[in-house]
Design a protein around this ligand. Sequence first.
Ligand SMILES: Cc1cc2nc3c(=O)[nH]c(=O)nc-3n(C[C@H](O)[C@H](O)[C@H](O)COP(=O)(O)OP(=O)(O)OC[C@H]3O[C@@H](n4cnc5c(N)ncnc54)[C@H](O)[C@@H]3O)c2cc1C
Length: 325
Amino acid sequence: MLRLPELNILTPGTLAEALVFLKQDGAIVVAGGTDLYPNLKRRQVNHGTLVSLAGVASLKGISGNSESGLVIGAMTTLTEVVEHPMIAAWYPALARAACLVSTPQLRNAGTLGGNVCLDTRCLYYNQNELWRQGLGYCLKSFGTICQAAPKSPRCFAVSSADTVPVLLALSATLRLTGPDGDREIPIEVFFRRDGIDYLAKKPGEILTAIALPPAGALKMAYLKMRTRNSIDFPVAGVAVALETDAGNKVTRARVVLGALESTPLLLEQATTCMVGNELTSELIDKVADMAGKAAKPIDNTDMSPAYRKQMARVLTRRALQQLIC
Ligand SMILES: Cc1cc2nc3c(=O)[nH]c(=O)nc-3n(C[C@H](O)[C@H](O)[C@H](O)COP(=O)(O)OP(=O)(O)OC[C@H]3O[C@@H](n4cnc5c(N)ncnc54)[C@H](O)[C@@H]3O)c2cc1C
């Protein structure tokens, strides 16, 4: 059995208190702990102090309406996201993505904020310490080379959070608070193309909420590919959101690929190609080809890179086809 290292767990009751606790050397935030605890057990990360957000009531809950959109507290659990009637009605792809995360038990504990901030994953990183030690560790965890791409100066660990592609397709904004105060940023600037430095989160910052703009007449879908449908992380995912006018022409559209690289990929080319045009099967094929070309997975997850690249094309086509049915 893998055991947790000795930990100092701090339990603030307010956000202000949490920010103070986070100033301690080596301190990190824990939300549901469904990803952080396994990573600590395998010694992938080394934090002696955890600042638990479980007692910070202001980070929990969902508010808003159809006019203003919704604000989802970072500590809202994935189960709450799945079961919330307004999310199911207005943002069904988000409910679907949350529902596809791991298992019911983990969704009861895991939070939306934790999913957005989820550590990147790699076959050479998500292993126990002995396994990694035998190989000489890796760039992301106590080593000096990327085992997946030994000549690369950067880490290729994969962005694997199911809700992130959907939140990007929905143009969500993120609310953060930290030592320099509060800020709100579009979600697309939060992710970096680096498996180690994967979030544009400043030191000591806490994600407080995820804000969704009004859904209006937006249609959306999320499709995920994984090895075992009962539990696994995605190895490819596609989120699409689009709106059409009375003449069936696309007025806004976003296509996002997930779980293929260190960052989710917002296909801006797809938006340009779809807006102003009718969503015909020819256009769908064109956008699906774009997705296939844009996807550049490497061999560091389940399933081969060639298959995942091909499935980026297939999933994109299927997701768009769902929206014209
Ligand atoms: C067997 C198994 C299967 C899984 N399958 C999937 C899957 O299919 N899809 C998927 O997306 N995930 C999966 N997960 C991962 C995990 O359960 C979810 O991603 C969950 O949403 C993580 O949320 P959490 O609250 O538990 O995060 P935690 O583990 O508490 O934290 C994750 C990271 O986010 C940081 N963090 C958390 N909250 C905040 C905040 N508010 N501000 C700043 N930083 C924060 C933490 O410091 C940590 O680095 C799986 C996990 C397991 C163990």
